[in-house]
Write a protein that binds this ligand. Structure first.
Ligand code: G3H
Ligand code: 13P
Ligand code: ZN
Length: 288
């Protein structure tokens, strides 16, 4: 079916106590893995592209691949801009056919974050495209960071519930990424979600909440987060790890193989298994 927007998809998840997986993609095989698995699991799904993904693959290429696969699928698929830190990037994605946007002004002072987010919302809503934005700061682990670094960095910029409520009211965003206990790029499941903070933000804002950096959260933490009001769960690192390991293992075992398809096939299958596992934990299977 044609791409859908994330508006109704996230409201349905919010009402029915499950979450939709938003999986990052940088290449054709990962987009295939996301949409094929969602189809097999009868799950609504969000394919998201970061600015880095757009730089790597090209905006039109991403839209074409996602659109072609979504049109063949019978489950709803959203194409979302992940962490668009630039107003113009949001305009370009809207024009290119993205059906969900994110303005990430989390590094800006509060008033500037409000003003820029509001500008993106005004533009996107003219086209009925919903917008996610960030409050607090969800940090990032570097590959060389020790796992212990994560806990300290997570605590540094947690979202303040009252500020989150003012932010949503002033910007009229459709979903909110709030810093509530995770960090991007975490290879171990060490995140401890601040459940009472999530509940306060849910009660004060009313909009679907988004958990970023969810690769670092255990199944139990994710289930608690969903029960507290999380409706969209972002996953990238787990897919990267599985995809790259499978490709590396293949090359180790077949050092003379030169056909990239032989390496990328098992990598795609490994990504599918990760995505299937996440979809089942989120409870979005059989919701489409
Ligand atoms: O939150 C960030 C996503 O994992 C995308 O990462 O900017 O390296 O594409 P990236
Ligand atoms: P992880 O890479 O930690 O799973 O985070 C993904 C994410 O939040 C994308 O916006
Ligand atoms: Zn993120």
């Amino acid at each position: 079916m044609p791409l859908v927007t994330s508006k109704e998809m996230l409201i349905d998840a919010q009402k029915n106590n499950y979450a939709v997986g938003a999986f990052n993609a940088n290449n054709m095989e990962i987009v295939q893995a996301i949409i094929e698995t969602a189809q097999e699991e009868r799950s609504p799904v969000i394919v998201q592209a970061s600015q880095g993904a757009i730089k790597y693959a090209g905006l039109d290429m991403i839209v074409s691949i996602v659109r072609a696969l979504a049109e063949k699928a019978t489950i709803p698929v959203v194409l979302h801009l992940d962490h668009g830190t630039d107003y113009y990037q949001n305009i370009l994605c809207l024009r290119a056919g993205f059906t969900s946007l994110m303005f990430d002004g989390s590094k800006l002072p509060f008033d500037e974050n409000v003003a820029m987010t509001r500008k993106v919302v005004e533009m996107a809503h003219v086209c009925d495209v919903p917008v996610e934005a960030e409050i607090g700061q969800i940090g990032k682990m570097d590959a060389s960071d020790e796992p212990g670094v994560a806990q300290e960095r997570i605590k540094e910029f947690m979202a303040d519930p009252e500020e989150a409520a003012r932010f949503v009211k002033m910007t009229e965003i459709d979903s909110l990424a709030a810093a509530v206990g995770t960090i991007h790029g975490c290879k171990e499941q060490i995140a401890q979600l601040d459940i009472s903070r999530i509940e306060k933000i849910r009660d004060l804002t009313g909009v679907p909440l988004v958990l970023h950096g969810a690769s670092g959260a255990s199944d139990e933490e994710i289930r608690k987060g969903i029960a507290a009001g999380i409706s969209k769960i972002n996953i990238d690192t787990r897919i990267r790890m599985a995809f790259t390991k499978a490709a590396g293992d293949f090359l180790d075992q077949n050092p003379d193989e030169i056909d990239p398809r032989k390496m990328l096939g098992p990598a795609k299958e490994a990504a599918k298994e990760v995505i299937r596992g996440r979809i089942r934990v989120l409870g979005s299977n059989n919701q489409a």
